[in-house]
Design a binder for this molecule. Structure first.
Ligand code: FAD
Length: 539
């Protein structure tokens, strides 16, 4: 392989080839502009990425995953929660659970009300549609012409049908498409999957653009710091092994390193809270106290049942059944190896008076042994669970560089459950999950509730269960918040305030988290961000 030149020049430099970065690379290189995409991880050739169920083994993969850990957090009984993030082409879209959820339309209307002009639902809907190729029936809400395949499950275990029926018996209406006209209600999951294979953004957006002469992709390079000429960002210093590579941007640098990586890179480059930068020995290029603040994440608490008379994924992944499922996957592209985690979801309100749902209840026809604490170890006996997630949490945390070394992991302090409302909503969600699991359609298949366990009924008992067992759903956002106010990190065109030639475009710019999973909205943000860059270049 030819040696990488010491200095590379491009029109646009994109840092991070994740959910957002791969979309940006495709769109910005579409009309001849020279684009350089820089990714800390390797190429996405590992077979576990392509096989949907491979996500179980990617969860702690030593090479394809950053394996961050949050600091010990009092809200979760002083546990240090594992934070997987993809470190490979495709980023976290290459290791995630593949659930495709856009969020509630009002989420985006509220972004606009918060000062993010141009981000109402009516404004963002065309960008959701532009990126997707939905295999279901389409209407004015869904796209067919985009690059990203979105499909329903190919194999649905009857337990999922029983959950959907039980939810309706518990008073939750059915929604045929939670990404369409009606977000609220219970419905079957949609996945970012093309037939039998995971559809990461690297597969959907980067691969088709790789033949373009004006797109260059550098893997295994860590962005060490951003380079400036006065208040203009002019390039990026990259590190590969012991070698430094300087890349110069004729037009713009776009940071798409994710909700952990983006604020971290800004901070070690001198954009952040001056007091924090002084504490780690970094000179201030631009005082931006909110870089790394406004961290929002989703948590989930499990209501788990032992089941009978129905097959759960647990039985499919042990003994000879596993070999059978693998053969089925190879021969037909169906079965357990095409599964993500969640097969049906319900968006519901934790209390009366709310305008839109604030809870996401995710059904999984499988159960893990809590004693093993391993994401990829399912119980041998059949089980199923509802993961109760407060989708609109009020708790806010921070991500702050611990030193000026870009390779050192930053301090992640989520301050989980620090807002009392978050626990109240969680307890309400657990009670709704119990109501669903007490409905006749489910009771036929239930042996008993395993966790929290029928003995735990009071608020205090359930709150203790939540504190000691709750886990992250891995949806950090908000750490480079966009806004109309001067205190926001980026303006609504995603330009970093106070610096020319620099944007942040990824999950970190969300002013508030969406009511759902965060991959689809991140892809939308990249679509819209790329369109704004191209508009501004023409102006
Ligand atoms: C286990 C797991 C399951 C999930 N399941 C779902 C799901 O089912 N559905 C859903 O919608 N969402 C899910 N998510 C969340 C979703 O995938 C993310 O919100 C989304 O991928 C974030 O996209 P991003 O572009 O902001 O960041 P990423 O996709 O994380 O991209 C950032 C990229 O930047 C690179 N990078 C970082 N720092 C540097 C640096 N200094 N130099 C060079 N490169 C750098 C990283 O290696 C990475 O490739 C899940 C997340 C996890 C971890």
């Amino acid at each position: 392989m030819p040696e990488t030149p010491h200095t590379i020049e491009a029109d646009y430099i994109i840092v991070g080839a994740g959910s957002a970065g791969c979309v940006l690379a495709n769109r910005l290189s579409a009309d001849g502009a020279r684009v350089l995409l820089c990714e800390a991880g390797p190429r996405d050739t590992h077979p576990l990425i392509a096989i949907p169920a491979g996500m179980m083994k990617l969860h702690r993969h030593p090479r394809l995953n950053w394996n961050f850990f949050a600091e010990e957090d009092p809200g979760v009984d002083n546990r240090a929660i594992h934070w997987p993030r993809g470190k490979v082409l495709g980023g976290t879209s290459a290791i995630n659970g593949m659930l495709y959820v856009r969020g509630n339309p009002r989420d985006f209307d509220r972004w606009a009300q918060m000062g993010c002009a141009g981000w109402s639902y009516a404004d963002v809907l065309p960008y959701f549609k532009r990126s997707e190729n939905f295999a279901g029936s389409t209407d004015e809400y869904r796209g067919k012409q985009g690059e990203m395949a979105v499909e329903h499950y190919r194999t649905v275990l009857p337990l999922t049908d029983h959950f959907v029926a039980a939810a309706q018996q518990a008073g939750i209406p059915l929604t045929g498409d939670y990404n369409g006209k009606r977000h609220a209600g219970v419905g079957y999951s949609q996945n970012t999957r093309r037939g039998r294979f995971r559809e990461s953004t690297a597969k959907a957006f980067l691969k088709p653009a790789l033949g373009r002469n004006n797109l260059r992709v550098e893997t295994n390079v860590l962005a060490n710091r951003l380079l400036f000429d006065g208040r203009r960002c002019t390039g990026v210093e990259l590190r590969r092994g012991g070698k430094t590579i300087v890349v110069k941007a004729a037009r713009e640098v776009i940071v798409a390193a994710g909700a952990v990586g983006s604020p971290h890179l800004l901070q070690v480059s001198g954009i952040g809270d001056p007091a924090h930068l002084a504490s780690i020995g970094v000179n201030v290029i631009h005082a931006a106290p909110n870089v790394g603040r406004n961290l929002i994440d989703h948590l989930s608490s499990l209501v788990v049942h032992r089941v009978q008379g129905a097959t759960s994924v647990n039985q499919l992944v042990h003994g000879p059944r596993l070999a059978f499922e693998f053969a089925k996957y190879v021969l037909t592209g169906r079965g357990a190896f095409t599964f993500g985690v969640t097969t049906a979801v319900a968006f519901v309100k934790s209390r009366e008076g709310l305008e839109t749902p604030d809870l996401q209840l995710s059904f999984t026809p499988m159960s893990r042994d809590p004693a093993i604490h391993k994401f990829d170890e399912l119980e041998r006996e059949p089980g199923a669970a509802i993961a109760v997630c407060v989708a609109q949490p009020e708790s806010r945390g921070t991500i702050m560089a611990k030193s000026k070394d870009a390779a050192a992991h930053p301090a992640i302090r989520p301050n989980y459950l620090s807002a009392p409302r978050d626990m109240e909503a969680t307890l309400s969600g657990i009670r709704i999950a119990r109501r669903i699991f007490s409905s006749p359609a489910w009771m036929k298949y239930s042996v008993s509730e395993l966790r929290p366990g029928p003995a735990l009924t009071s608020d205090d008992e359930l709150a203790n269960y939540v504190h000691t067992t709750v886990g992250s759903v891995f949806h950090p956002v908000g750490t480079c918040r966009m806004g109309g106010d001067e205190a926001s990190v980026t303006d609504p065109r995603l330009r970093v305030r106070g610096i020319d030639g620099l944007r942040v475009i990824d999950a970190s710019i969300m002013p508030n988290v969406t009511t759902g999973n965060t991959n689809a909205p991140t892809i939308m943000i990249a679509e819209k961000g790329a369109a704004m860059i191209r508009e501004d270049a023409r102006a």
